[in-house]
Design a protein around this ligand. Sequence first.
Ligand code: IPE
Ligand code: IPE
Ligand code: MG
Length: 236
Amino acid sequence: MPEFPEIPHHIAIIMDGNGRWAGERGLPRREGHRAGAESVREVTDACIHLGVKYLTLYAFSSENWNRPAAEVKALMALLDRFLTDKAKDLRKQNIRLKAIGQIDRLPGKTRKLLNSLIQETAGHSNLTLVLALSYGAREEITCAARSLAADAATGKLDPAAIDDKLFASRLQTAGIPDPDLLIRTSGEMRVSNFLLWQISYAEMVIVKKFWPDFRQHDLNQAVTEYQRRHRRFGAL
Ligand code: IPE
Ligand code: IPE
Ligand code: MG
């Protein structure tokens, strides 16, 4: 290991296991989501402490709309609360907030809260916190393809000029570097439609703990694991 091991520039997290965490305690699933919001606060602080520049959190997938209406409602209410409570920290800690996903599907109140914080924090430079909300990677990729096809159809774009850089510039993550480290909690070995394009060369760390039990120490451990890896990018 080098003397000053590299800190991942961008960490992406699939925050999974809230429901099971609650189930184990005989609590309703929403209590798991509530406890999970606490982990979000702690992990955000830990990233700032380490000097991570981008943190992307998978908070709600396109497929999560298929859950019972009461759970979706509880999740949106928690998101409202999180955004309201977090506003102070975003200012104090110089955090820039961003969102990816189909934001227009979110309830009006949530959307307004989110957009006003995104606008307000656009100039902040300490950590960029990207919330993936109503997010699905296939949708994102399809949308990028559609926009390129539209430009090609009107003659604005030569199809031969489409390369991976141009493609990436049409994704919602345009301007955000690809994740270096992808963490998933609750032990599941799948990506569940998260950042399919962007994680091409991310190092994956799967943690057994459920998300509400994931603390600063667990993030530090995942980073240490990342630092032990030898990233090759297909070369030697
Ligand atoms: C992750 O926890 C949070 C969301 C997907 C919104 P889950 O709700 O998926 O919890 P499990 O995986 O069912 O335990
Ligand atoms: C992925 O978790 C989505 C989020 C963490 C927001 P899910 O619980 O929805 O994924 P599956 O159903 O286990 O694939
Ligand atoms: Mg889950």
